[in-house]
Design a protein around this ligand. Structure first.
Ligand code: SF4
Length: 300
């Protein structure tokens, strides 16, 4: 175990291979900074991701932390398992709008309902960047792709969905507003349950054109940062404010709602505080007598 004081270098990762100017690189920088400032040791963090440009992010910060790059849309169940296997780890989930709002939406919903203690970041750019810019479910209605096709559906708003599901910490940030994002991130790490941050993070290559509603210029022109932190005592008020802002063509950002809603999943399950890896076989496996009783129940 390292005993010398940690420096910022201990929070670095491999050089990024993302496109130059991709918003996601600003997310990794902010995560490194927040963990350094909060004194979170890299050894105490598990970075879990799915598939997509966003899910490559864990490689670019905190190389000494645990990491698991799972399958497409499967960050949520893997993160849930990691937390239960070792409740002492701080779980940091990194996903994208395609990874979470499409293929991973079932896992996302259950993770929020279960209140898994973790920070869940969605790097949201409205497209599948890794497969050349197809629409994701968080695209805005009538917004065109770079190639001209129009998105025909309503947007799926992960913040209002999380509030509906009872999430105790819901925020939206924009990488072009790093000061606000840094504050939100620090608070997310301090939250006892699931902390969801939907981070608007433009795809410079496929969704930064003049007609895009997820481009740097559009987001800069339409972002309305909240002056107050978590101003809503009622999730329904937060939902109404987000919807009203969207109706006016604005993008409300900030920490919408923060209440330590409990209990968390490990509390509900009365799961042990010790990591499973530190327990002996006697604690992890039923003895012969219990095993035979279980088998009798199955056969009854
Ligand atoms: Fe980022 Fe888009 Fe490039 Fe992917 S394709 S790395 S999302 S800019």
């Amino acid at each position: 175990m390292q005993t010398t004081p940690l420096t910022k270098n201990d929070y670095k990762g491999s050089p990024s291979t993302l496109c130059t100017g991709c918003g996601h690189d600003l997310i990794s920088t902010q995560i490194s900074n927040a963990c350094f400032q909060l004194g979170i040791h890299p050894f105490d963090v598990a970075k879990i991701s799915g598939i997509g440009c966003s899910s490559k992010l864990p490689a670019y910060f905190m190389s000494q932390s645990f990491a698991f790059n799972s399958m497409h849309g499967r960050m949520a169940p893997v993160a849930t398992g990691a937390k239960l296997a070792n409740p002492q780890l701080k779980i940091l989930g990194i996903s994208g709008d395609g990874d979470t709002a499409s293929i991973g939406i079932g896992g996302f919903i259950h993770l929020i309902k279960r209140n898994v203690p973790m920070v869940y970041i969605v790097a949201n750019n409205g497209v599948y960047g890794l497969t050349k810019g197809q629409f994701s479910p968080t695209a805005d209605p009538h917004s065109p792709r770079k190639t001209g096709e129009i998105f025909l559906h309503d947007t799926l708003d992960l913040c209002t969905l999380s509030l509906e599901l009872g999430c105790g910490f819901v925020a939206r940030s924009f990488v072009g507003n790093p000061a606000q994002f840094a504050k939100v991130l620090q608070k997310a790490f301090e939250h006892p349950g699931t902390a969801l941050i939907d981070v608007l993070s433009p795809c410079i290559t496929f969704n930064n054109h003049n007609e895009s509603t997820k481009s740097y210029p559009y987001l800069k022109a339409h972002e309305v940062p909240m002056a107050e932190t978590a101003p809503f005592a009622d999730p329904l008020q937060a939902i109404a404010a987000i919807r009203e802002s969207y109706r006016k063509g604005e993008i409300l950002t900030g920490l919408f709602y923060s209440q330590p809603e409990g209990p968390t999943l490990p509390e509900k399950l009365h799961s042990p505080a010790r990591p499973l890896s530190e327990m002996g076989v006697d604690n992890l496996r039923p003895n012969q007598q219990k095993f035979e009783m279980m088998m009798e129940e199955y056969l009854a």
